[in-house]
Design a protein around this ligand. Sequence first.
Ligand code: IPM
Ligand code: MN
Length: 376
Amino acid sequence: MSTYEIPVVPGDGVGPELIDEGKKVLDAVSEVFGFELNWIDYPFGAERYLKTGELLSEEELKELSKYKAIYFGAIGDPRVEPGVLEKGILLKIRFYFDQYINLRPIKLLKGVETPLKNKGPEDIDFLVVRENTEDFYVGIGGTAKKGRTKKELEVERELYDIKFGLDIESDSEEIAYQIGVISKEGTERVIRYAFDLAMEREKEVFSVDKANVLSEIYGFWRTIFSRISKDYPLVKTSFNYVDAVTMWFVKNPEWFDVVVTPNMFGDIITDLGAMIQGGLGLAPGGNLNPSGTSMFEPIHGSAPKYKGKNKANPMATIWAGSMLIESLGEKQAAKAVLGAIEKNLSERRALTYDLGGKAGTSDVGDAIAEMIKEEI
Ligand code: IPM
Ligand code: MN
C-alpha cells in the first residue's frame, strides 16, 4: 500500500475549517482506493505571526522540501497589514519551491449555475496555465524623488523660490516604480507545459498578453511562444490581448481550451474564470513544480468574516485536494473526488449559502465523503 506524507498549512480565516473537510474527503477516498495519507500540520499564518513575528523560516522551508505536495488553506487576516502574510508565506512558498506553473481549471460542473446567459458545462471547460514566479511578481521596485529634508528645502528655497517664485515645498515629483521581468527559461518552461497539456486535450493554446503596449516584455513572450509552437505542429495557436480576453471569457467561453499567460494577467483572469464557473467557492488551483514540491489551494482568500461559522463552501478546497492526489499519481481516486463533488452539486445534497443552500461547511464534506463510498 502506498503511503503519502502530506504537509498541511490550514492558515487563517476559514482556511482551517475548509482544510478539515478536504482532509475528510481525501481520507475517505484513500480508504476506498487503498492508499494512506499522513497529514503533517504546519502553523504558518496570522496567529503565529502576531504572537512571535515569525512568517516562514529557512528551516521550515527546507523541511517542506522533503515532500511532493503541500495542502494549503488560505492566508490573510485583517489584523495584519496587507501583503505581509501573502508575501511572507504564500508567495514565499511559490518562489522558494520554484512552482512555476499555476494551473487553474475553469470548469463549470453539472448542477452549477453560471452567471453567463445560455452557457452550460459543455461551454465552460478550459485550463488557465498562469506563469507563477516572474512578471510583476518579482518584487523589483521602489520610490524615488522623496520629499526633501528641512535643510534641503531651505537651500532650495533660497535658490529658486525667492528668485523664481517656484513652489518647491510640494512633493509632486515623487515617483514609484515596479518592474515586470520575464526570463527566457521561465517563459519557455511554462509555455512548453501548456503545449504538453494541449496535446492531451483539444490541441489548442491561447497566449494571453499585452504585447501591443508592453511590447518589450510581452513581445519577448510572443517570440518564445512562437518558437516553442514549432515543436507542436498539431497544436493550433493564437495571440490574444488580455483586455479582449476578459470580454471573450464572458461572451464565448467555449472557444478556450488551454490558456497560457504571464503571472499578473493570470491572477486577474482567473478570478473572472472563477465567477463563470460558479464562484470562488468552486475554483481550485495547483502551484506546480513538476520535479519538486508543489502546493494545492483554493484560489479564494481567507474570508475572515466567515471564520468559525461553518458557512464557507469547502468545495474549492476539496477540488484542490483532488488535484493534489492526482499529482501524486492517484488518478482514479482524484477522478472519484471530482465526480463526488459534481454529484453533490447536481443532486443538490449539501450546498452552502453561496449556492443557494442551507448546509454548513462540514455537511458538505460529510456528503462528498459519503458519496465517494457509495460510488464504489
Ligand atoms: C492568488 C492570490 C495571490 C496572488 C495573492 C494572495 C498573493 O490573489 O493566488 O490568485 O496574487 O497570486
Ligand atoms: Mn488572485
